[in-house]
Design a protein around this ligand. Structure first.
Ligand code: NAD
Length: 466
């Protein structure tokens, strides 16, 4: 495998110079071919997602496959415009020059993806890489092996290895890939592995985009519509059984509203994820990816209860189906282990607060989150919460939906990531913005050439004009 990787890398390094001359029509044709290949294998993709994560076809369509179709369509529609050199204004020191920003492909890119949305999280950056005219080597997650396998087949059917090539494998394969001098690395995964990626990239001074995770808080203030908040949070928390990078991780709520919210959350969950006879509906509720994560989440629940949290709902797990019931841990003490790591499971801890400032300072004491959600009807207080915190993205009175608009940048900040993706932001991530100045044959450059003793009048005029 290592030898094959090395020879594909070499072939891509040679081919990137041809590819950088591709025009919009040629890149659009590649994106269309990719879309056709996905359409051809759509049923197999759904089956693989069902097998890896027990995702329903509906959930897989919305969060993975249809999401990717719309990202492709959006790129196809806007690519000519994105590729056009951007005109920028002149400076006083070069009045006769034309100034442009060229979007040149970075070259050969490495894309490493995680298991939780195993199709979408590889395809979305790939679309941007293709749109920007790059070669790419892809390394999907070994934990979602069925989806990784069909994904590699989709790629294999529409691209030569010297342009785009997919390698299935684990951390050892990633480690070898990371030692190669790629022109850009796009990594989606945990913060811990993100640090390893950045350290490896530094050895080759390779640029990186890091799409990481972390704890995304939700603040509910005293003016919020609690029915609405409960339904939206239940959907956002329990989609993919909580294994979503931007799932609401924990709730901060005024003390006196905690019990009311808990009851409303239970009602919302019952309606969405249970059958009329009261059983958990496994057709709408994903499983935990593997036993290691199942045990990790169970241990977090046990630790929280031991430290004084109340189990207000759920709590039980079934190891044979890798299913954990939707769970609420209320009055969570801050020293519980569940506050020290991203939960990535269907457990909702609730921390009551006495003042908004208390909630803000708790959020600011941790890594900057990938998402921060606010439920409030008070516009002034909402602005106060936005301005006094930092996060990759925020929804006010909703959750998750900011990811679905390609006109918005998607990404984290510091501990939750570096750089952004989707739409034109993804195109720019995989492009180098190159400054190009075309000087006219008639120019006044000699005005600034030495000897400087005789240029006092030039400086005087420049200061006036500036
Ligand atoms: P992970 O970091 O364990 O693995 C991600 C990828 O890195 C996989 O392909 C894996 O094979 C590879 N990898 C693992 N260990 C490695 C090592 N030591 N060296 C090099 N490569 C290595 O993450 P995961 O468990 O697959 O995914 C869950 C994490 O991803 C969560 O933290 C989640 O929040 C985050 N995530 C972020 C986003 C986002 O868009 N910001 C989206 C989805 C998931």
């Amino acid at each position: 495998m290592i030898q094959t990787i090395n020879s594909v890398f070499k072939a891509q390094q040679a081919y990137k110079y041809t590819l950088r001359n591709s025009n919009a029509t040629q890149r659009i044709n590649k994106l269309s071919a990719l879309k056709s290949s996905i359409e051809k294998h759509e049923k197999e993709i759904y089956a693989a997602l069902r097998s890896d994560l027990r995702k329903s076809e509906f959930e897989s369509a919305i969060t993975e496959v249809v999401f990717i179709y719309s990202e492709i369509d959006y790129a196809i529609k806007n690519l000519s415009n994105w590729m056009s050199p951007m005109k920028v204004g002149k400076t006083i020191t070069a009045l006769t020059a034309k100034n442009r920003i060229y979007y040149e492909p970075k070259g050969v890119c490495l894309i490493i993806s995680p298991w939780n949305y195993p199709f979408q999280l590889m395809m979305a950056p790939l679309i941007s890489a293709i749109a920007a005219g790059n070669c790419a080597i892809l390394k999907p997650s070994e934990l979602s092996s069925e989806t990784s396998s069909i994904l590699c087949r989709v790629i294999d059917e529409c691209f030569e290895d010297s342009e785009i090539c997919c390698f299935e494998g684990d951390a050892a394969i990633s480690t070898h890939l990371l030692s190669l001098p790629f022109d850009h690395i796009f990594f989606t995964g945990s913060t811990a592995v993100g640090k390893i990626v950045m350290e490896a990239a530094a050895k080759n001074l390779t640029s990186v985009t890091l799409e990481l995770g972390g704890k995304s808080p939700t603040i509910i203030d005293e003016t919020a519509n609690l029915d609405d908040a409960a339904a939206k949070i239940a959907w956002g928390k329990l989609t993919n059984a909580g294994q979503t990078c931007i799932a609401p991780d924990y709730i901060l709520i005024p003390d006196h509203l905690q019990a009311i919210f808990v009851e409303k959350y239970k009602v919302a969950v019952q309606k969405m994820f249970f059958t009329e006879s009261g059983d958990l509906n496994l057709n709408s509720y994903a499983k935990i990816i593997n036993n290691r994560h199942f045990n990790r989440i169970e241990a977090l629940i046990t630790d929280a209860i031991e430290k004084g949290a109340q189990m207000s709902y759920g709590g039980k797990g079934d190891a044979s189906t890798q299913t954990i019931l939707p769970t609420i841990l209320s009055s969570l003490p801050e020293n519980a282990n569940i506050m020290k790591e991203e939960i990535f499971g269907p457990v909702l801890p609730i921390i009551p607060f006495k003042s908004i400032e208390e909630a803000i300072s708790l959020i600011n004491s941790m890594d900057k989150p990938l998402a921060l959600y606010i439920f409030s009807q008070d516009k002034k207080q909402t602005q106060h919460m936005i301005k006094n915190t930092s996060a990759g993205g925020t929804c006010v009175n909703d959750v998750l939906i900011h990811i679905s608009n390609p006109k918005l940048p998607f990404g984290g900040v510091n501990g939750s990531g570096l750089g952004s993706c989707h739409g034109q932001f993804g195109f720019k991530t995989f492009s180098h913005e190159r400054a190009v100045v075309f000087q006219s044959s008639f120019n006044m450059s000699n005005l600034i050439y030495p000897p400087y003793e005789k240029k006092g009048w030039v400086l005087k005029w420049m200061k006036k004009l500036m």
